[in-house]
Design a protein around this ligand. Structure first.
Ligand code: DQA
Length: 147
């Protein structure tokens, strides 16, 4: 069975209470439930994790090798700073879809830079929690096209 890993970076554990005017009122647990329902409907296996630590995210990307077929990554603020995450993605060679709840291009200039985009197969941003479902569909499409 095709297996997808969804990784969430710093501060995303606070979704629902964190800047709801930007990120909405949906909690990360609710997003996880949406993702599980979507994965079930598409007959995909799903792992879903969050960490505030850059090193832990690097470790989870490494551990995905041989376990998962693709990674959906909302790296939060590390998107804009982390060469380590970019290198981890290149090192494992798994397809990564970059994901953001907000439209980062309509926000501050420092959010227009992404180290993840340089190594991602594609980017989904600006669709709120729905973006997670879209990313699962996009990953399935990408993996099927690669078969
Ligand atoms: C985010 C956008 C990032 O710029 C921000 O630092 C986040 C969340 C998003 O999902 O919109 O933490 O990745």
């Amino acid at each position: 069975m095709t297996s997808i890993l969804i990784l969430n970076g710093p501060n995303l554990n606070l979704l629902g209470q964190r800047q709801p005017e930007v990120y909405g009122a949906t909690t990360l647990a609710e997003i996880e439930a949406m993702c599980r329902a979507k994965a079930d409907a598409l007959s995909l296996s799903l792992a879903f994790h969050q960490s505030n630590s850059e090193g832990a995210l690097v470790d989870m990307i490494h551990a995905a090798q041989g376990t998962h077929d693709g990674i959906i990554l909302n790296a939060g603020a590390y998107t804009h700073t982390s060469i380590a995450l970019m290198d981890a993605i290149t090192s494992v060679g798994l397809p990564v879809i970059e994901l953001h709840l907000s439209n980062v291009h309509a926000r501050e200039e420092f959010r227009h830079i992404s180290f993840i985009s340089k190594v991602a197969v594609g980017v989904i941003c600006g669709f709120g929690p729905k973006g997670y479902e879209l990313a699962i569909e996009a990953m399935r499409h990408h993996l099927e096209a690669a078969d």
